[in-house]
Design a binder for this molecule. Structure first.
Ligand SMILES: C[S@@+](CC[C@H](N)C(=O)[O-])C[C@H]1O[C@@H](n2cnc3c(N)ncnc32)[C@H](O)[C@@H]1O
Length: 199
């Protein structure tokens, strides 16, 4: 089957295009929501042999599935996988990160009750911004088609809109004709090394 060539295919594809545009070989990046490891594999390919991907998830099966996927591709040595909430990422990831990716929601094919939550997502986004280097980028795919996802979208957009434009640039990609609950993609680029305002 040939891949859909459309430019505006989905929020996830916009995110992937940004990964490819921003990440250079040798970079350190973070996958804040490992899930099945698809994004982590893409990130491992982009950082190259000398780069590093820190991955987070709260479910052991997400780490297992990601580890299997990376091992099959021979890229497992490019990733450090943490069974830890992304809101605690600053405890294990040093400053100097080029890109941090979030794909909110639940692990496909598993318990939908274990979904990302607005309070921890906001804390994690704030931690993520503190770790980025200048011109580092945060990419968040948001799924407002369920209740918690709707809360996450509202809180994230309100927080992102309040950030100082001298420190960060914020872009919200929304599929205006995608119907209620269409996933969107939030992108924040850090343009100056400054302390960001807290929540
Ligand atoms: C939509 S999935 C991610 C999909 C993944 N990016 C991929 O490529 O397959 C969302 C993941 O976030 C995880 N998650 C939920 N709360 C979390 C938290 N506080 N910290 C890290 N991961 C969390 C869930 O366990 C789930 O695996």
């Amino acid at each position: 089957m040939t891949a859909d060539p459309a430019l505006l295919r989905s929020a996830r594809h916009i995110a992937k295009d940004i990964f490819a545009r921003v990440i250079q070989p040798g970079d350190t990046v973070v996958d804040a929501t490992l899930g099945t490891g698809q994004d982590c594999l893409t990130l491992c390919q982009l950082v190259g042999e000398k780069g590093l991907v820190h991955g987070f998830d709260v479910q052991p099966q997400a780490l297992e599935r990601t580890r299997e996927r990376l091992t099959e591709s021979g890229l497992h040595d490019r990733a450090q996988l943490h069974l830890l909430g992304h809101e605690r990422m600053a405890e294990v990831v040093p400053q100097g990160v080029k890109l941090i990716a979030f794909n909110l929601g639940w692990l496909p094919g598993s318990d939908k009750r274990v979904t990302t939550q607005v309070e921890t997502t906001l804390k994690a986004v704030q931690a993520a911004l503190s770790l980025l280097i200048q011109y580092g980028v945060l990419v968040v795919c948001v799924y407002p088609g369920h209740e918690e996802g709707q809360r996450e979208q509202e809180a994230l957009l309100s927080y992102a809109a309040s950030l100082n434009p001298r420190h960060v640039s914020v872009l919200w990609h929304d599929f205006l004709n995608g119907g209620i609950g269409a996933p969107g993609c939030l992108v924040i680029e850090k343009i100056r090394e400054e302390v960001l305002q807290s929540l």
